[in-house]
Design a protein around this ligand. Sequence first.
Ligand code: SER
Length: 595
Amino acid sequence: MTADGLRKKYLEFFVSKGHAVIPGASLIPEHDPSVLFTTAGMHPLVPFLLGEKHPAGKRITNIQKCVRTDDIDEVGDFIHHTFFEMMGSWSLGDYFKKEIIEWSYEFMTSSQWLGLEPQNLGVSVFEGDSDAPVDQEAYEAWRALGIPEKRIAKLPKKANWWGPAGITGPCGPDTEMFYWTGDDSAVPVEFDPEDVRWVEIGNDVFMQYNKTAQGSYELLEQKNVDVGWGLDRMLAVTNGYYDDYKTEQFAPIIEEIERLSGKVYQSTQQEDDYAIRVIADHIRAAAFLLAEKLEPSNTEQGYILRRLIRRAVRYGRQIGIKDVFLGTLADVVAKKYGQVYPELRDSFDFIQERIAREEEKFGKTLGKGLIEANKIKEQNLAAGLESGHVTGAQASTLYQSYGFPKEMIKEEFSDFDEEEFEKELKKHQELSRAGSGQKFKGGLADHSEQTTKYHTATHLLQAALRQILGKHVRQMGSNITAERMRFDFSHPGDITYDQIKAVEALVNEKIKKDLPVQKQEMSNKEADQSGVLSVPRVVYGALVSVYSVTDGDIVFSKEKCGGPHVSRTRELGEFKIVKLESIGQGIKRIKAVLV
Ligand code: SER
C-alpha cells in the first residue's frame, strides 16, 4: 500500500457510504485564536458540529494537514509526529454510533479495503463518569462485530474523550481502535492500552456535547460523529511496520539524513535512530508550516516553527552533520509531498530562504551560548570549583537567555544538576504562563465575538483594497486573533501612504453606514459566474455560502466564505491599519485592529 493509494482508498470508502469530499483547511486556523494550529480535521468544522448547515451536506470526508505540538516531547518514538495527515469523516447530525463502528470495522478488515487482521484488533470505549454515562452502545456495537470482551477496554475521560480542540466547543466520548504491531504469532488475548505495541490507528468521536467556558458539558441538539485516522500510522500497519518512519512517507527524508550524517537508520530505540526520527519529523513539519508563509519568530506559531528548526539542527549536530543541511532536506520534503500539497512547491523560495536564515542565526546563538558556557567555567575555576559544574540557575540562564539547548548543557558540563535546572525552569514558566493568562482576561465569549468582527473586517478590507489598488488584489492569506487581523494579498508595486489612508477611510465609511452583512447559499458555479470572490487555491464544494455587503445599489463585497460574520457593519467599531509590509514575491501584508 502506498500513501497515495491509502489516501484514495480512504476517500473512496467514505464516498461509497454517501460522504462528500471537502477540501482540507490551512494549518493555521483562520478564526480561532485559542489554538495555534489546526490539530484535527474537526477543527475547521466546529461551526457545523455546533449546528450550522454545511454546504456539502451531512456526511463529509477529507484529508486534513494537522500540527500537534503537545506531542512534541513524544516525537522521536515510532508513532508520534508534530505534522501529520488525518483522514477524517463526519456525520453532522446524521448517522451515529452503530453505523460508524460497523464502517470502521469494514474499512479496517475487509479485503476490499485495508484487509487488516481482525485478530490483531483491540478497542476502547468510555467508562462513564459524572459528566456522561458509560458508552454501552459503542461496547455492544463492537461485541456484535465479534470483538471479544477481553479486547474491549473501558477507559476514563483522560483516555476516551476527545475535544474540544480549543478551550470550549464540541466534544464527546470516543471509541479508539488499536492494532497489534508486536510479534504476529503472539498476539495477546487481552488488549492492554498501556502496552505500546498496541498502536492507536483510529478514533471515532461521538460529538454530542459542548464544553462551555464554565467547564460544564451541555448536550448538543445535533449528534455528530467525528472520525480520524492518522495516515502515517495506518500506512505503517497496513505494510506490517511497527515504525511509521519505515514507510515511504519518510523514506526519502531518512535516506538523505543517512547520506548527510553517514549513519544508517536501523529502526531501533537507540540515540542515533531517535535523532534521525526527530529530524525527519521536524523538517517535514517546518516545511509544511513555511509553505503557508509562516514566519519563524519568538511568539506563538512562529516560535513553534523556530523551535522545530532549532531542534532539527541540534539533533543534526548530534549525529555528526556539521554543515547547514535543512534546506536540502526541505527540498526532499517538497519533492515527496509536492504533488499532493502544491503549496510546498509554490512556496519553495520562501521555505529555502527562511530555513537558511534560521539555520545561520541558530549557529550564531549556539556560538554565543558557548562563549557564555566558557565564562561560567572560568568563574567556577576562579572560585575553586570544578569547571564541569553548573548550577540550576546558571543552566537555566543559558537555556532561556541564550537559547542553548539542554542536551548541549549536558555535553558542556559533566556536573549538571538536572533536577535543580528543571525547578528553575518551572519557576520561569509559571511566570510566563501568568503573563499569557492576562491575554485571555477578556473571557471566551468576547474572544469569539471579537474574531467574528475581524472576520467581517477582512472582507471589507479586501473589497477596499480592490477598489483603491485595483482588481488584481486577491487574498493570499489571512490570520485573525482576538487582538488583531493580518491580511496577505497580491500586489506587485509599491503602495503609497495616501493609498493606505484611502483604504482605511473606505472601510470606515462602510462601517459607519451600518450596512447589513447578508448570507446566501448557491452553487459554486453560479457563484463563479456572478463574479463572487474566492480565495485562490482553495477548492470549493458544489454548494457554497456567499457573504455580501451591499451599499445602496452597489455590491461592495461579495465572497465565498464559511463565516461566521457580524450582521451589521457598525458592530465593528473603528478600523485602523497599523502596519504594511512586503513579504516578497509581489505579496503585501497588512496588520489592522478594530478599536
Ligand atoms: N478529532 C479526533 C482525533 O483527533 C478524531 O478525528 O482523534
